[in-house]
Design a protein around this ligand. Sequence first.
Ligand code: 3H9
Length: 707
Amino acid sequence: MNDLVQLTKENGIAVITINNPPVNALSPGVPQGISEALDQIAQDASSKAVVLIGGGRTFIAGADIKEFGKMTSGKPRGEGLLPFLLKIEDSKKPVIVAIHGTAFGGGLEVAMACHYRVAVSSAQVGQPEVKLGIIPGAAGTQRLPRLAGVAKAVEMCTTGNPVKAADALQFGIVDRIIEGDLLPGAIAFAREAATKPAPKTRERNDKLGNATENAPIFSAARETVAKKQRGLLAPVAAIKAIEAATILPFTEGCQVEQKLFTECLFSDQSKALIHVFFSEREVGKIPDVPKETPLLPVKSAAVVGAGTMGGGIAMVLANAGIPVLLKDADQLALDRGLATIQSNYANSAKRGRFTPQEAEERFKRITPTLSYDDFSKADLVIEAVFEGMALKKEVFKELDRVCKPGSILASNTSTLDIDEIASATSRPTYIIGTHFFSPANVMRLLEIVRGKATSREVIATCMQLSKTLGKIGVLVGNCRGFVGNRMFGPYRREAQFLVEEGASVVAIDKALSDFGMALGPLATGDLAGLDVGWRIRKEYRHLEKPGIRQPFVEDNLCELGRFGQKTGAGWYQYDEQRRAMPDPVVDDLIRKWVTVAGIPQREISAAEIVDRCLYALVNEGARILEEGYALRASDIDIIYLNGYGFPAYRGGPMWYADTVGLKQVYARISEFHRQHGEIWQPAPLLARLAEQGKTFAQLGKEEGAAV
Ligand code: 3H9
């Protein structure tokens, strides 16, 4: 046996413990260690049954995801896990799995090959492979329907969502919940089991149903997947594999699963989703803010501005159990803000996200106020007033006066200079940007903007706070628009240019939606409110270089009061339910305006729409990286996946560019540069990487940047 697996014995029961921290993944050595332990136990007449348990915080959380990259880059796969699982299942002595933490992916597949499963009540089981763009690859799609039934297996394998121990018991995945300590409970269970014949999951067919029962399950699942997981290959493959379980003998079903697993594993989607998995964990690592950096307490908070963003942020804080003061200068605005919060909570309760009582408790954590009187108690203040430097500075000057020393003063600005805001205070080390995305209580992204004086403690505290709030915090530098909006500018600029050059509003949104974006760029504008960008452009007009082409349609729409969904009209017109409909009035206006502007009209393909919009993102992302405003290309990807509806299966804009090949991306951008002039100047970093045959992903590993 090896260091990863230990074998002990207690009162005639052999105990195999896996110790492969942090999550007991099935890394090379783990299956071998368990297998050798089983060999020894088979020889030991005094061991009547076996308990398999994980050491540390969890049972096996799955295959070692790092190994997948090696496999797809040529490492031979070996025989896989199937023979190992058959060996467990064929053990003459019953094997009982004792689950705590998470039995995920390969972990659940191991558990299902054992004869019995017991779990503590806090445990979870799941087949989360689809989230990595693959399907279970060790007979999970064959054994799970045999234990849990076809419908549950389909649900688990297509959504990847975990199942709590109590539900696992109800569905027959787990045989007993252990109250109290797991190991003694599992050993007691093993003693009972030792006297009975050990059931083999693969030989059970009682829950597999028949064709008439299963057909509606599969067709409903296919429909749901097409709607909710648009463009994803793995959920479709998972359904196919489970379907095989219902019509083929176990061994042949496994062969179907293997084939589908391999196809998924080698797909670009899986590579992208695995990139996302590791990037999400990398994003919290900041070179000059080590893990040990002391954190400041955040036990109470205040929000300035009860508008859409301020109200949403107050909800996010209240949801995390943090009492929050919500201030607005205007009674009417405050009342309106509070009413919106209350109705949002009521809707969440109606949809069953939490109980009415929980909604009430959350709502009660928010105290409305018209004054700064109680702000001296707040550990953290988040300003969310209108986007305007003069107003922000006024607010911060006041906050500096009323807040206690050591409280963090954060701005929710989406574009403005944090250092200039900090200059209105006497405590620039405590000033930071916390840029939430709308709707703040829904969107996962939080850009944390580091000013030049922001202290490490304040950064570490805000990074930690993002986790407490259920957000994914990404540290960015202080440049205009920070990372997300700075890139979004050129992206939406191109969408508008394309409209001016002859593409229809619908064609543009459709091209990007077909690419996988949650919403097209023009519809996104309508959702966010076209007036936001209009206001910002007005503020920054003096910074625009003369002679550079600027889009004008959106500003013209705003001049007509068409701000998007909130005014019932923008690029589209909206009905009562906020459903978008193409608006012939807009088409006519655009044609009139472009004729006046003398812009030649032409047919524009969907491919050009996608390239123009996405490469505008990538080119700006490359500049941001080079200028050090993002730590890693993967941080930019995380921002786009969590704040801008970029499809996860494409890995984010920078990963997508790597997938296309930077040489090709550079060539296309150079072509746009020749056609459209200076705004398409290729980023020097992109030019260099393309020339060297490298990727953005390699850059992160080799050079390291500073925010
Ligand atoms: C699979 O099983 C396929 C099978 O069908 C077999 C096919 C043949 N591998 O998330 P955390 C690392 S596919 C390698 O921060 P938490 C993670 O990178 C797999 N590493 O902790 C991080 O490293 P670092 C199916 C892994 O407590 C550290 O562990 N299973 C793996 O918030 C801590 O992770 C899954 O998809 C892994 N499998 O959450 C489960 N898992 O510290 C994926 C974690 O260096 N994992 N790491 O940044 C999870 O969902 C969560 O990590 C878990 C813990 C809930 C387990």
